[in-house]
Design a protein around this ligand. Structure first.
Ligand code: PHE
Length: 454
């Protein structure tokens, strides 16, 4: 008998190193027992089987459990106990009631009661659906489940008098097993589900992730506002380079090399290789007037938004970089009247319909006559206040009729064409319109400032 062969060996001789090895070992023993049992149903040598397995039982205690390392002792004891239960159950259910000594109704009922308790115990120990599956096969399995065995050995072999009782008990046991298993299964499923729900719980009361939408910077908004006004008058938007040659920034705008007007625009020059043409950061958007007239014939109606650079020390109204929108209109019949009307229209659109406009004589080398465009103070309505320094007027931007000398640089015929130009300081206009007392705020990107205009 293979089972006894193995149990005669010392635990150390089995070559077992882990818990799953122990599981396999006992599974092997159960299988051995079962095949012997099947054999006994034909030969009827139950006593022999029982004796040999009682011997194994003792050997397992002496050779395995007692000799095993401490860490394996608990699992060996558990496996051993369940093997004994298995053997006991097997021996009970494969023998006839008469062989078991149950010959009265009470004794039969007691035998069934014993099985029921065994089943209840086993089911109670099931921890998951897999355990339940194993138990279910063991008790209800069609090939060698307990109920099946009982039908063969207890019911079919019972006396005629006892048969109705055995039948009733057997049915009751089967029903009990079926309902108990079903109930335990749904209990476990419910527990598993509530566990899964707890694990996957989403807390809907948590605030979501906020992804704030940005908005255009106030300067960009001002650019867009001004562009809209001039686009509606038929102007087109043109851009030009921020790195310029002195020719475009100065000479072609009628500012020769030693002209004092250059001083106000002394600017940033780029370091160039020796002998190369000098380059500088443009000090105004006016060079784009020249680029545009070089590349196209009149009529010209353009506005030029862009960044410009000057060597100014930063303060509330100065910055080394700021923004302009240049305007240029040149055609065969552009008059000072059109110029004035356009400027007045722009100021009313930008600052409000009640704002009045005033032109003051000024000087720019590339316009003649040149003017400063003032607006009536929108803070006090013209009566005088801090904003307008009690003058009632606020200086807005410089402008004028294009100096005929400029046409000479771009091959326009001064006898045939005329035009006007203006240069809006976007930062300044934005400061005035929105009451911003420090131009540096535009460049610091403090969200508390930016948000006020989003
Ligand atoms: N370019 C001048 C400046 O930056 C402004 C200006 C532009 C004046 C066009 C007249 C005409 O100061």
């Amino acid at each position: 008998m293979p089972s006894t062969d193995q149990t005669a060996l010392q635990f150390s001789a089995l070559g077992i190193r882990d818990v799953s090895g122990i599981g396999l070992l006992f599974a092997q023993l159960r299988a051995n027992f079962q095949s012997e049992l099947a054999h006994a149903s034909e030969t009827g040598k139950w006593e022999q089987i029982r004796d040999s397995w009682i011997a194994s039982d003792l050997a397992i205690r002496a050779n395995w459990i007692d000799k095993a390392p401490d860490e394996f002792k608990p699992i060996l004891s558990r496996e051993h106990q369940s093997l004994l239960d298995f053997i006991e159950l097997g021996l009970a259910v494969t023998r006839t009631l008469r062989q078991l000594g149950a010959t009265t109704p009470d004794a039969v009922a007691a035998q069934f009661q014993k099985l029921r308790s065994k089943f209840d115990l086993e089911l109670g120990e099931c921890a998951d659906q897999i355990d339940i599956g194993v138990t279910k096969v063991g008790w209800l399995g069609r090939r060698s489940g307990v109920i099946m065995n009982l039908t063969e050995s207890w019911l079919k072999q019972s006396t005629v008098e006892l048969r109705p009782i055995v039948g009733r008990e057997l049915n009751a046991l089967r029903t009990h097993i079926e309902t108990a298993i079903e109930q335990r299964q749904s209990e476990l499923a419910a527990a598993a589900e509530s566990q899964a729900l707890a694990r996957d719980r989403i807390d809907l009361s948590l605030p979501g992730v906020q992804r704030p939408l940005g908005s255009a910077h106030l300067l960009r908004q001002t650019f867009a506002e001004i562009e809209r006004i001039f686009l509606s008058l038929g102007f087109r938007v043109v851009e030009g380079p921020e790195i310029e040659t002195p020719y475009y920034n100065f000479e072609a705008l009628n500012i020769p090399e030693h002209h004092p007007a250059r001083d106000t625009m002394d600017t940033f020059y780029l370091e160039m290789p020796r002998g190369a043409e000098p380059r500088l950061l443009r000090t105004h958007t006016s060079p784009v007037q020249v680029h545009t007239m070089e590349s196209q014939q009149p009529p010209v109606r353009i506005i030029v938004p862009g960044k410009v650079y000057r060597r100014d020390n930063p303060d509330a109204t100065h910055s080394y970089a700021f923004h302009q929108i240049e305007g240029l209109a040149v055609d065969t019949d552009v008059t000072f009247c059109e110029f004035k009307g356009t400027v007045e229209h722009f100021v009313r659109e930008f600052l409000g319909p009640a704002i009045k406009t005033r032109l003051r004589p000024s000087y720019f080398p590339f316009t003649e006559p040149s003017v400063e465009v003032d607006a009536s103070c929108f803070a006090c309505g013209g009566s005088g206040c801090r904003l307008c320094k009690n003058s009632g007027w606020i200086e807005l931007f410089g402008a004028g009729m294009v100096d005929p000398a400029v046409y000479g640089f771009v091959n326009y015929d001064p006898a045939r064409v005329s035009g006007y130009a203006f240069g809006l300081g976007v930062d300044r206009l934005s400061q005035l319109k929105y009451g911003i007392d420090d131009v540096q705020l535009f460049f610091q990107n403090d969200v508390r400032f930016l948000r006020q205009f989003s």
